[in-house]
Structures are given as structure tokens and as C-alpha cells.
Design a protein around this ligand. Structure first.
Ligand SMILES: Nc1ncnc2c1ncn2[C@@H]1O[C@H](COP(=O)(O)OP(=O)(O)OP(=O)(O)O)[C@@H](O)[C@H]1O
Ligand SMILES: [Mg+2]
Length: 354
């Protein structure tokens, strides 16, 4: 992976960008957009300060010992910067990173192939690591523990186990569901860290940084307005910058002010604390049809026509974080704060809203 050393290269990126015919609707644009704005260093990776400090020390120590970094596991909701952080670590260690994801490692030869292709010190990043199958996991255990690959050859009585040495490498696993990881796999990671939702101030910095890279004019208040509605998530903040900048281009010569940001986010049905239509429908459903809960997630997913995993991974974490939703052994419940936010004075007034 070629690693760009951030801000000093922003001018280069901008120059390169000018040569690309960017059409906002195309996937090409999205890929280009992701790569352009993804931080490459600890200095430009905003927030997660406790995690960054821990990592800096581990990296320093590994460099002093001339050994690879311990295996790392990052978990947390989507879009908080797990993949980005793996790239930052590779850059800081001065090593290459190979990126894959568990669903791409279905057959034993997939994982064996990638392990055998690693060079000393390299980082192997496995996304969605909770989705690894048993066979792949078992190949991974000795690889992580002893840097070796146990292969069996022959059949029945002639079966032999062959142990092949692998170069020392670092595995970085990322998952949105730490709970779904098997115990033995989790135990083989030296560092396990949860990524936290970002504060409004941190997201304001993300919005300003992205706007500056993309040459978008934005006021401090405009940046705050976008940050406030980004559900604590940098990926959402960046997506909203893109959407709001389209609106600003049509309505305000491209400049994002607080008023422009608020108007365009209203049009996108993103409310003043960042909840979107799916979030609100989920909460309203529990209030309206299930008297506030508790109700099982499968029932909710079926009623909303949504995938259980999408609800669990995307919608729920933020609603739990802000205390709008509670998980109980008998299912999900909404909180009085959620009812208040949606305009219900108490449960008996529910029907009047529809
Ligand atoms: N700390 C940060 N500072 C600035 N921008 C960030 C930060 N973390 C993430 N981003 C931006 O947010 C976007 C999403 O980050 P990333 O892809 O790393 O998330 P993720 O946690 O790997 O998500 P997923 O679980 O969906 O794989 C990236 O485009 C990146 O530019
Ligand atoms: Mg990722």
C-alpha cells in the first residue's frame, strides 16, 4: 500500500484531484474521496487520544526491540476509523500492510496464501474478523502464536503434519462485534481496544480538515452544525460534508454556513441531533406498536423491513450511546429521553402523532 504522509501532501492530492474528472455520483468519486481524506498519520488522525497514546508507546517499544508489534484487535461501530488506524500504524512502523476481510478467506487456501505471502514485519489487516470460519481460525492460531503454519498432507494412515515457519508479522483484526469473536481467537491478541464515538469538537475538526482538503469554504459555525448531526462518526461527518457542499454550491456559491448546513440537513431528514429516518422509525415503532418495549430485535427488523445486522451494527450503537435505547434480557426498550425528543409527552399520547 502506498502511504501518503498527509498534510504536506495535501497540495499534491489537490493537484492530482484537479486532473480527475470528478462526478459526484460515480463510485470512482467515492473511492477517490475516501483515499483523499483518510488520515495517514497520528497527527492528522483526530480524537481517540487514549488509544493513540497506548499505540504510540507500543510502536516505540516494538521499534526499540526491533520486533513486530503485538497483534491488535480494534472493535466498535462502523465508520469510527478502525481501518484508517491500521493504515496509520503501518505508516508509523514503516511497514507494508495487506488488507483483507474475513468473508474473502472462505477456503483454507485463501488464508494460507495470504500468510505465506507476508514479509517480515508486515501487517495483515483482517476486517470483520468475527466472520472467520473455524478452519481459517485454526490455521490462524499457530500463525499468531508461533509464526508457523501447520499443514497436513496425505490421507488416513499416511497423514503427516508439516510445520512451516512464517515471517514475524502483526495481525490487526477489526470487528463491529467483539462479542461474536471466539474466545481462543480473542485471547491471541496482545492489545484489544474499543474505538469510541467522537465528540462534537472532534467531529468539527474532521469536518474542517475534510473541507480544507476538498477546497470547500466553510465557517466555524457551519462545521459545528454538520458535526452536531454526524452521530459521533467521522464517516458520516465526511458524507454530510459532501452532501451539504452540493447544496451550498447550488444555493450559496459553494460556501457552507450554519444556515446552509442546517437547511440542507433538514432536507436530508437528518434531525438536530443527527438521527435519520431509520433511527426515528425504529424508536417510533417501539413506542407506537410495542408500548415502549421491551421487544426483540428480530421482531423490530421484520416490522421495519430491515436486516437484523444493519439494525444491530448501524442504528443501535449510537441510540444506546445517547441513552435513547436500552438493551434488556427481554429485548429493546426506549427511554423517556427518546420519547421527549420525538415529541411524545407520554406513552398515552402516542397515537396523536400519527
Ligand atoms: N480519527 C479520524 N480522524 C479523521 N478522519 C477519520 C478518523 N477516523 C475515521 N476517519 C474517516 O472516516 C472514514 C471511515 O473510517 P474507517 O473506514 O477507518 O472506519 P471503520 O471503523 O474501518 O469502519 P467499518 O467498521 O465500516 O469498516 C474514513 O474515510 C476516514 O477518512
Ligand atoms: Mg473498516
Amino acid at each position: 500500500m502506498s502511504i501518503i504522509s498527509d498534510d504536506k501532501d495535501i497540495k499534491e492530492i489537490k493537484k492530482a484531484d484537479k486532473n480527475v474528472n470528478i462526478k459526484p455520483e460515480t463510485i470512482e468519486y467515492d473511492k477517490n474521496f475516501e483515499n483523499t481524506i483518510r488520515p495517514k498519520t497520528f497527527e492528522t488522525y483526530i480524537g481517540q487520544s487514549a488509544l493513540k497514546e497506548t499505540l504510540k508507546i507500543s510502536i516505540e517499544a516494538a521499534k526499540k526491540r526491533e520486533l513486530p508489534l503485538d497483534h491488535l484487535l480494534f472493535y466498535g461501530p462502523p465508520g469510527l476509523g478502525k481501518t484508517t488506524l491500521a493504515g496509520v500504524i503501518a505508516e508509523q512502523m514503516g511497514v507494508d500492510i495487506k488488507i483483507t476481510s474475513a468473508p474473502a478467506l472462505e477456503r483454507p487456501r485463501d488464508i494460507i496464501g495470504i500468510l505465506m505471502s507476508l514479509k517480515g514485519g508486515e501487517i495483515l489487516f483482517i476486517d470483520e474478523i468475527h466472520r472467520l470460519n473455524r478452519v481459517a481460525e485454526e490455521i490462524l492460531y499457530p500463525a499468531m502464536e508461533d509464526f508457523s503454519l501447520d499443514m497436513t498432507t496425505g490421507k488416513a494412515q499416511t497423514v503427516k503434519t508439516l510445520r512451516l515457519p512464517l515471517p514475524k508479522f502483526t495481525l490487526i483484526g477489526a470487528t463491529t462485534k467483539a462479542g461474536a469473536l471466539s474466545g481462543p481467537l480473542r485471547d491471541r491478541f496482545g492489545i484489544i481496544h474499543r474505538l469510541e464515538f467522537y465528540t462534537e469538537d472532534e467531529l468539527t475538526q474532521v469536518v474542517k480538515r475534510t473541507s480544507s482538503i476538498l477546497d470547500i469554504a466553510i465557517t466555524e459555525e457551519g462545521a459545528k452544525a454538520i458535526a452536531r448531526r454526524s452521530r459521533g462518526t467521522p464517516r458520516i461527518a465526511n458524507r454530510l460534508v459532501k452532501r451539504v457542499s452540493d447544496y451550498a454550491l447550488v444555493k450559496n456559491n459553494g460556501k457552507i454556513t450554519e444556515d446552509i448546513a442546517n437547511k440542507s440537513l433538514d432536507i436530508l431528514n437528518i434531525d438536530d441531533i443527527g438521527l435519520d429516518t431509520t433511527d426515528r422509525n425504529l424508536l417510533k415503532l417501539i413506542i407506537e406498536k410495542f408500548n415502549g418495549g421491551p421487544v426483540g430485535i428480530e421482531t423490530l427488523a421484520a416490522a421495519l423491513g430491515e436486516d437484523v445486522r444493519t439494525l444491530e451494527d448501524v442504528s443501535e450503537p449510537y441510540l444506546l450511546q445517547i441513552g435513547f435505547l436500552q438493551r434488556t434480557p427481554r429485548g429493546r426498550k426506549v427511554s423517556p429521553a427518546a420519547c421527549k425528543h420525538l415529541g411524545y409527552k407520554n406513552f398515552s399520547e402516542q397515537q396523536s402523532l400519527f
